[in-house]
Design a protein around this ligand. Sequence first.
Ligand code: EPZ
Length: 429
Amino acid sequence: MDIIRVEGGHPLEGTVRVSGAKNSALKLMAATLLAPGTTTLTNVPDISDVHVMGKVLKRMGARIEVVDKHTLAIDTSGVDSWEAPYELVAKMRASTAVMGPLLGRFGKAKIAMPGGCNLGARKIDMHILGLEALGVEFDTSHGYIHADASKGLTGTNVTLEFASVGATENLIMAAVRAAGTTVIDNAAREPEIVDLACMLNEMGAQIQGAGTPVVTVEGVNELHPVTHRVVGDRIEAGTFLVAGALVAGPAGVTVTGFSPQHLGMVIRKMEAMGVRIETLPDGSGLTAHRAEHIAPVDIQTLPFPGFPTDMQAQAMTLSALAEGNSIITENIFENRFMFASELVRMGADIHIEGHHAMIHGVRGYSGAPVTSPDLRGGAALVLAGLIAEGTTDVSAIHHIDRGYENFVEKLVGLDACVERTTVPDPDLD
Ligand code: EPZ
């Protein structure tokens, strides 16, 4: 069984450059379906979720040339199937991001119902409601969603019940080929959506307002392939900044390869906790210094520009060491506190009440065997191990590999005492 073994107490120093954003790259790959021909994506993270999305596209008939491990040339001219198969959707829910582009290009899509995951039900009712407003007809049978837009897509006004990232993206990717104008109100504003809209506009789409709550799309007849660079991963960046806040040496931990303005609320909350964060003179990154004393700060996860749910676990590793009590409220997912119970095994004092985590700061963590509950929780357990007394063995690290490229190597580059190793699998007799 593969684990990440962390020896606590070693100060981190140096500079780490983050990879391209997982939550942009996956949608940009799906969006290549809208532009017959070869679109080249650069700064693509070399992570397992990207490999799965590649399989989804190849299953449909796309050809993908791995120019180098961060550059993909995706030729969708030969796509002749519009099905996202169960075994791939079950592996990666983000496969549902092909629904909008398939409808935009072919007027049909057959998507396996995305199962729940350990964050919650992960429904797509808002995707379906919005696409129905554009004229798509849905039928669900045998675990598949059959979407039919053979009567055409017609621009209209859609107000999302919640600023869903995925629903906003699928609606934009269908609306770019609808007849007329689509206005999406209460749209999600995440930087990854802005990145997607930028690429689509480079392809010939006419999208305005991405990054604001109202996105307007003028439908066009065709889109052409482009070359586009994936935006830097703000969540990976925030993860390394928290590592610096926990255990940086005198020079601090510097993180580059992303836009600091994509982490506004995270920086604000970390500074309120007592973490000194400096912006590089050229604005190309941030340096986090170790917080000798962590102040308790309440955090609410909300859609961007609110505090990102994908940074909730990482923030908790700081809050659980604060000199006082904090409350972290998870408003995005119904079940995203499993990380907390693993952190309690390392000595944290956290009590969960529904969507609230009541956190009583403790003086330190003790290393222990722990299990990654999900992608971000797994990374946060490694962070906790960096400051824990003794050794922490983090298992189920396939979760981490989904969204963090070379996580161990990047930490070792910062002088962390971390290694990927294997131990006998207790489940095997
Ligand atoms: C994206 O998921 C990200 N994934 C998530 O990152 C991120 O946590 C989330 O946005 C919020 O920022 C990718 O981009 C691949 P939502 P998504 O639609 O699109 C409910 C990570 O760690 N909902 O904004 O699924 C849903 O169940 C991952 O990188 C409905 O009920 O997020 C969830 O509770 C984890 N019906 C909430 O809304 C719908 O139709 C937020 O979902 C759609 C969503």
